[in-house]
Design a protein around this ligand. Structure first.
Ligand code: FES
Length: 320
């Protein structure tokens, strides 16, 4: 359970399915930023909660399990991520593999509480002991017997879930919004299966846990005096409009942070979409994008951490 410092509380509102990025202490120069999905729901008065399962070689999970206890402080970036439903008033088909359940738990609780639709969760685990949230799910099934259906798959009983099994489980629910989180082979099997059943790409969302190469907590290396042409960027953020010089060769996020604006970000590597904003005017080019799909780009969404100016004047907004 986490409690933001009072002065930062306004920065820690979140949507179901989002994650936090923690600054894990390390001697390494590149830092050890780690992202963990929130398993709490923002809609039922729960405290912010991340669920961290120790993994054998996981530096972050071992540090958290060994060092963090009640009353400690840890630095975190504001919640981010796009693995979140556009509406909670829909029917959902959720696929979780192991600790991939965490963001899905947040979505599931939020949809049951605030929406009116049905939720089916297919939850794959090694064995019964490794089922995270088992009791909480049982209680929710009792509370919402007509709206929640949980299908457990246990490797110890049925073996590793086969692609055909996952596809058959999805077949009755092809009209639903599909959310998938778990190991890569599991996610590939589910996405392949639902695609074969005719579920359009736009209705399927996957969450891949990030591994960050660089330190998003480090100060940005902005070279604002870098010469070259300087255009302008007008940015709407938190209800305020600011106009800044945007010298060529600099990324938009760095320019905004350098000017003291509280622009959101997490990975700074084009992998998470925490820095996404909407281009209202002008052109930018993204150096790298692993997270926006064709529809996002058609909607004018760009990643500030990867955007360089390609026109003299650019306008963006974070407020849409
Ligand atoms: S901060 Fe993660 S994509 Fe830009």
């Amino acid at each position: 359970m986490l409690e933001p410092a009072a002065a930062d509380a306004g920065h820690f509102t979140y949507r179901p399915g989002q994650f936090l990025t923690f600054n894990i202490p390390t001697e390494r120069e590149s830092g050890a930023a780690r992202c963990y999905s929130l398993s709490s729901s923002p809609l039922i008065g729960e405290r912010l909660k991340v669920t961290v399962k120790r993994t054998a070689d996981g530096y972050g999970s071992n540090w958290i399990c060994d060092h963090l206890s009640e009353g400690d402080e840890i630095e975190a970036l504001r919640p981010s991520g796009t693995f979140t439903p556009r509406t909670l008033d829909a029917d959902f088909l959720l696929f979780a593999g192991g600790s991939g359940i965490t963001p899905l738990m947040s979505i599931l609780k939020s949809a049951l509480h605030a929406g009116r639709g049905h939720v089916t969760l297919v939850y794959a685990n090694r064995d019964e002991q490794s089922v995270i949230f088992r009791d909480e799910l049982l209680a929710l099934e009792k509370q919402y017997p007509r709206r929640l259906h949980v299908v457990h798959l246990l490797e110890s009983v049925q073996g590793i879930p086969r692609a055909e099994t996952l596809t058959e489980l999805a077949r009755p629910y092809t009209g639903r919004d599909v959310f998938v989180c778990g190991p890569t082979p599991f996610m590939d099997a589910v996405t392949g299966g639902v695609a074969a059943l005719g579920v359009p790409d736009g209705r399927v969302r996957c969450e891949r846990f990030l591994s960050l190469a660089d330190d998003p907590f480090a100060d940005s290396a902005v070279v604002l005096e870098a010469g070259g042409e300087a255009g302008t960027v007008e940015v709407e953020l938190d209800g305020e409009t600011t106009t800044l010089a945007w010298p060529e060769g600099n990324k938009l996020l760095d320019v905004l942070l350098d000017a003291g604006l509280d622009a959101p970000f997490s990975c700074r590597e084009g992998k998470c979409s925490a820095c996404a904003c909407v281009l209202l005017e002008g052109e930018v080019e993204m150096a790298h994008n692993e997270v926006l799909d064709k529809d996002d780009i058609a909607d004018g969404i760009v990643l500030a951490c990867q955007s360089m100016p390609r026109s003299e004047r650019v306008r963006v907004t974070y407020d849409q």
